[in-house]
Write a protein that binds this ligand. Structure first.
Ligand code: PLP
Length: 374
């Protein structure tokens, strides 16, 4: 079965990991610092804090933004559940705003309708790798005294105009799960424009430990001393993982080019095919395409899904609207809340896209899709 996404691992990746295993540091050593520096360099130069997953990165970002009970977070339902779940876990109320009909990205007009003085974060998702409309979302956030968060689990390496993902929102989170654009096995990162927020992110992911003597509240203990001012967790990424991440980052432009080629090959073949809609791109966006999400029309998505799977093409559906999950249904989010997202979900099918997918395999997917539709 051709998967919808998978990692690309070469001999350099393997050598980088082996080198760490032979060295002194398995975790919180030089590879972590170097990986955070490299992520920062790719994403606008703001401080990066690595983490054990994209979910952990979201949890860290909301915690660093001091999200808690009484706060509201506005987000998109067209995402993996973690985008909302991590805000809910911190006690915030999540408000789902609908997506744009064509891009499935958070719609600023829908966000405006949910905005209040309790809004602390507007969290968008760069669905499929296409950057959301952060210019409009930032304006809304500023009027409410809130911040913008980009869940960029799909979009590291992408750009909007002349700005890289990581420089588009106040806080950005990444996932380095194997199906994403680069991998550390499990892994993630938070990038923050505000230095204080970035420091809070660092401390939250490191058990809340304060190590700067200038900030100590307890004096005169000795050189071993460290103290906790705010509670944290251990979400530290290892040197083993970061060495893999560094080796992967060296190939990110190659990954991006190949993903774009596959995207264009699908679009050229499927643009005129009846019964499907191909994904759209805004003129100023330069996406790192993580997914190739087609729309299967006329109520035929399930049938096409089954036929493709039967033919050895591991298509996927991304995503069921988050508030359809029983945990959100039980707390009163009714179906029908975001009609664009629900329609999108009913039609969406993700075709395989990953750097090592060959042109012949892309053509096989195209043939099987056309067959499934006829
Ligand atoms: C993958 C993903 C996450 C979670 O990342 P993990 O590394 O799997 O924890 C969050 N948001 C989106 C949009 C994702 O695709």
């Amino acid at each position: 079965m051709l998967p919808y996404g998978r990692q690309s691992i070469n001999e350099d990746d393997i050598a980088a990991v082996v080198e760490i295993l032979r060295g002194d540091w398995l975790t919180t050593g030089p590879a972590v610092a170097a990986f955070e520096q490299a992520v920062s360099g790719l994403t606008g130069g703001h401080r990066a804090v690595s983490a054990t997953s994209g979910t952990a990165a979201l949890h860290i970002a909301y915690a660093a933004a001091k999200v808690g009970p009484g706060d509201e977070v506005i987000t998109t339902p067209m995402t993996f559940v973690a985008t909302a779940a991590t805000a809910s876990i911190l006690g915030a109320r999540v408000r789902f705003a609908d997506v744009e009909e064509d891009t499935a990205l958070l719609d600023p007009n829908a966000v405006a309708a949910e905005l209040s003085d309790r809004t602390t974060v507007i969290a968008a998702v760069d669905y499929a790798g296409h950057p959301a409309n952060y210019a409009a979302l930032q304006t809304l956030a500023n009027t409410a005294g809130a911040i913008t968060l980009a869940d960029a689990a799909h979009s590291i390496g992408g750009r909007d105009g002349d700005r890289p993902v990581g420089d588009l929102a106040d806080v950005t989170t990444f996932s380095f799960f194997p199906t994403k654009n680069l991998t550390t096995g499990e892994g993630g990162a938070v990038v923050a424009k505000d230095a204080e927020l970035a420091q809070r992110a660092h401390e939250f992911h490191n058990i809340g430990l304060v190590r700067d003597p200038d900030r100590f509240e307890i004096r005169g203990e000795g050189p071993w001393h460290q103290e906790v001012h705010e509670l944290g967790v251990n979400y530290r990424l290892t040197d083993v993982a970061c060495a893999l991440g560094l080796a992967q980052l060296a190939r990110i432009e190659t990954f991006k080019r190949r993903r774009s080629e596959i995207f264009e090959r699908y679009s050229a073949a499927l643009g005129q095919v009846d019964g499907v809609r191909i994904p759209v791109k805004r003129p100023h966006a330069d996406p790192m395409w993580h997914l190739y999400p087609i729309r299967v029309l006329d109520g035929r998505r399930r049938e096409v899904y089954d036929r493709m799977r039967g033919a050895g093409v591991g298509v996927q559906v991304n995503y069921m609207p988050v508030y359809w999950h029983p945990v959100y249904q039980r707390s009163g989010y009714a179906r029908g809340l975001c009609p664009n997202a629900e329609l999108f979900y009913s039609e969406e099918l993700s075709l395989p896209i990953y750097p090592d997918l060959a042109d012949s395999e892309v053509d096989f997917v195209i043939d099987q899709l056309i067959r499934a539709l006829t």
